[in-house]
Design a protein around this ligand. Structure first.
Ligand SMILES: Nc1ccn([C@@H]2O[C@H](COP(=O)(O)O)[C@@H](O)[C@H]2O)c(=O)n1
Length: 273
């Protein structure tokens, strides 16, 4: 294991999962989000899949409408997540089926994910994944790629299984695309006290608030993956993120930045700063 970089020099990484650490597209086809992995699996009936697709077709355009203010989108997002959870809970999904569902899915992490997860682990840099997806699914995606290390902490929508092993609900609080902030992550944020630099990775404007509430933070470098509706959303993304990566399916820029930061951090500590 490489030497841990002093906390003051090293950043904390706060990242979204779906379509940020996971790919948006591959070979011209869209890759599944953690919800899509479950929706498209054999543990969901055809009828339920049709209903979930209808929800996606109705709500996704609202989620990504650059003309619609966030406050107006909010009730629609709560409605989408709640209706999808109700449908999934009617499917008799077993805890033991999750690993197989992920194995049989087309889930893909962005190119360069191995270097990304390993670098953070080796240098003792906390990785906080804040996702409005399904925690059990995304955690399994990372685990199956051998990239789930103890420096990773995930806050997401985790499934609640009953004593019979069947999905009976989702644990509170419900995390949707526009409520990712300290209210859902306050206790974990306390552990980050003293780390003043944050590298924030996201693909949605809702991801911009993910590091709000980390105590004592001085610098947040915001990197945005602009995957979809690129022309319509470019201006807004450029105004909101420090770096915007258009249709970039890799973690190359992030890995390059990490190397640079770690190199300067190590130099700084050698000079006693
Ligand atoms: N029933 C649903 C609800 C949400 N989604 C998509 O999942 C993404 C999860 O959000 P992240 O914060 O992890 O990026 C979001 O972009 C929704 O479009 C879904 O597919 N089905």
């Amino acid at each position: 294991m490489a030497e841990a970089v002093p906390a003051l020099c090293a950043p904390t990484v706060v990242s979204d999962f779906d379509l940020t650490l996971s790919r948006f597209a591959h070979g011209g086809r869209r890759c599944p989000s953690s919800y899509n992995i479950l929706d498209n699996s054999k543990v969901v009936s055809e009828e339920c899949r049709r209903e979930l697709t209808a929800l996606f077709d109705h709500y996704y355009p609202i989620e990504t409408d650059p003309q619609c203010p966030m406050e107006e989108k909010l009730p629609h997002m709560v409605e989408w997540w709640s209706r999808a959870h109700d449908l999934l809970c009617g499917q008799r999904i077993q805890r033991l089926q999750i690993a197989e569902v992920v194995r049989e899915s087309g889930a893909m992490l962005r190119e360069g994910y191995g270097a990304f997860f390993d670098t953070l682990h080796c240098h003792g840099i906390p990785l906080f994944i804040f996702s409005a997806g399904i925690g059990d699914i995304l955690e399994e995606v990372i685990r199956q790629r051998g990239a789930l290390h103890p420096n990773t902490h995930i806050v997401s929508n985790y499934m609640d299984f009953g004593d019979d092993g069947l999905l009976q609900g989702f644990k509170a609080p419900l995390i949707h695309i526009f409520n990712k902030n300290s209210s859902a992550a306050a206790s974990y944020f306390q552990q980050l006290q003293g780390r003043t630099n944050v590298l924030l990775l996201g693909d949605s404007l809702g991801d911009l608030s993910m590091a709000d509430g980390v105590p004592g933070v001085q610098n947040v470098l915001k990197i945005g993956f602009l995957n979809d509706k690129v022309e319509e959303q470019r201006e807004c993304y450029l105004d909101s993120f420090d770096i915007v990566l258009e249709r970039d399916e890799t973690l190359g820029v992030v890995n390059g930045l990490l190397q640079h930061i770690l190199c300067s951090g190590a130099c700084g500590s050698a000079q006693g700063s």
